[in-house]
Design a binder for this molecule. Structure first.
Ligand code: GAR
Length: 196
């Protein structure tokens, strides 16, 4: 069984999908805790599923490094086999990435390396592309530059807004993340290959 800590910043709809899937006996993944960098709405999903949560706001610390150390301390308490950034909208300090990677994944609403960063869907709309996508990557010290574990194209449809496009991308993200987590749990995806 793969134990996972999920970090979020916002609505947590991808987290909600993972929590629901993790309740199926044949899905070899358990969410052991959910962390956030603010009072994120998505923490409610953890509560609904009886999963413990913790909040570590950057503003409570004198530096990003101290914030990162507290985040690490909270994560370590759960001894997870993997940490997943699921809509976690802050860059992690290098010390945190070095300790957790390659057992540190991120889902991203674009076909990386296209449209990295915090506004991937808006950027794709602004660029007028016919298709964008969804990716699941190993987090490294860059911004969305880590090894790609899974990705899939998503078309931009006539009449799409940023919200409608993002919703369709998230459906794909949830499936890709689920497949990757199953692969890690069952041994077909070997994160050790991405250790540096
Ligand atoms: C997801 O699309 C996730 O990939 C994205 O935030 C959304 C979170 O949605 N993350 C990034 O853009 C990170 N650069 P949710 O809070 O409804 O799960």
């Amino acid at each position: 069984m793969l134990s996972v800590v999920v970090l979020i910043s916002g609505g947590g709809t991808n987290l909600a999908a993972l929590l629901a899937e993790a309740e199926h006996a044949d899905f070899p993944v358990r969410v052991v805790a959910v962390g956030a960098d603010r009072e994120a709405d998505g923490l409610l999903f953890a509560e609904q599923h009886g999963v413990p949560s913790f909040t570590v706001p950057l503003s409570s610390f004198d530096s990003r490094e101290e914030w990162g150390r507290e985040l690490l301390r909270q994560i370590r308490c759960w001894r997870p086999g993997l940490v997943v950034l699921s809509g976690f909208m802050r860059l992690l300090p290098a010390e945190v990435v070095r300790e957790l990677s390659p057992r540190l994944l991120n889902t991203h609403p674009a076909y990386l390396p296209e449209f990295p960063g915090a506004h991937a869907v808006r950027d794709a709309m602004a660029a007028g592309v016919a298709e964008t996508g969804a990716s699941v990557i190993v987090v490294d010290e860059g911004v969305d530059t880590g090894p790609i574990l899974a990705q899939e194209r998503v078309p931009v449809l006539p009449g799409d807004t940023e919200d409608t496009l993002h919703e369709r991308i998230k459906v794909v993200e949830r499936r890709l993340l689920s497949e990757v987590l199953r692969g890690i749990a069952e041994g077909s995806v070997r994160l050790e290959e991405y250790a540096r």
